[in-house]
Ligand binder design. Structure first.
Ligand code: 6PG
Length: 244
């Protein structure tokens, strides 16, 4: 298990580079094992990289019918709500890709289930039944407080470890009710990519990458890829790393 930090000069260059890298990984996974399992992230960069992917001509080389999409977390809101991560990804261009709707594994909202707990159980069951045992790539944004997915600093949802997905209440960032994969589930991936831009994230990036960082305080220190963990960041987000 290794960590790699790759710094790009600008946010746009970063989004384009992540998109190109993701297309390569999707193609390789489909070629070698007949499917790709990609776990997407919300956040503004999570959507910007989808726009960059849709704008990349190499997307036409991908067999999208073999691609399964997942989300590392979701806001517990009805399908199509403008504040859901999947809606924002859709609007950024995801819906223009020829994906199989049944392979786009959305986290159920209050229009489908009665509680965030039921949503987490249902989503976990789908990961078990329709997943392939591990993701190829998990993408994760990071907040200025060091959160990733919907795992927040010193939040009790972090302590639930015997589950694939957990309900999160009283999130410090609105909306308060969410569903998140656990560290364990996020780490069941060949690669985990943290995708981060902006000077307001520089301290969180440095804290997550510090030796011995404690996920309880800095959740982005929690997930690790089985093969590699990559930090794909811009110069501003790299500003507090030693050597920058
Ligand atoms: C959420 C967001 C959040 C986001 C990070 C990074 O559910 O509140 O999805 O987790 O991924 O805060 O966001 P930016 O890419 O906009 O900086």
């Amino acid at each position: 298990m290794s960590s790699e930090v790759i710094v790009h000069p600008t946010r746009r260059a970063l989004a384009e580079s992540i998109a190109a890298r993701l297309l390569e990984h999707i193609e390789a996974a489909v070629r070698t094992r007949g499917r790709a399992d990609i776990c997407l992230t919300g956040g503004s960069l999570g959507s910007e990289l989808i726009t960059a992917l849709v704008d990349n001509p190499r997307k036409d080389d991908v067999d999208w019918a073999a691609v399964h999409l997942w989300w590392g977390d979701e806001r517990y809101l009805p399908a199509g709500d403008a504040d859901r991560n999947d809606t924002q990804n859709d609007e950024a261009g995801l819906r223009s890709l020829p994906l199989r709707p049944e392979y786009v594994h959305r986290v159920p909202g209050p229009d489908e289930v009665d509680s965030a707990e039921e949503s987490a159980r249902t989503y976990a069951a789908t990961v078990r039944s329709d997943g392939s045992g591990r993701f190829d790539v998990v993408l994760l944004g990071v907040g200025p407080d060091g959160h990733c997915a919907s795992l927040f600093p010193r939040h009790p949802a972090q302590r639930i470890t015997d589950a694939i997905a957990v309900a999160v209440h009283d999130s410090p960032k609105p909306p308060p009710d969410r569903v998140s994969l656990t560290y364990e589930a996020l780490s069941r991936s060949g690669e985990v990519w943290f995708v981060v831009t902006g000077a307001d994230k520089a301290q969180a990036v440095a804290a997550a990458l510090a030796p011995g960082a404690d996920p309880w305080e800095v959740p982005a220190a929690g997930p690790h890829g089985e093969d590699v963990t990559r930090w794909l960041i811009d110069e501003d987000a790299a500003g507090a790393l030693s050597g920058s």
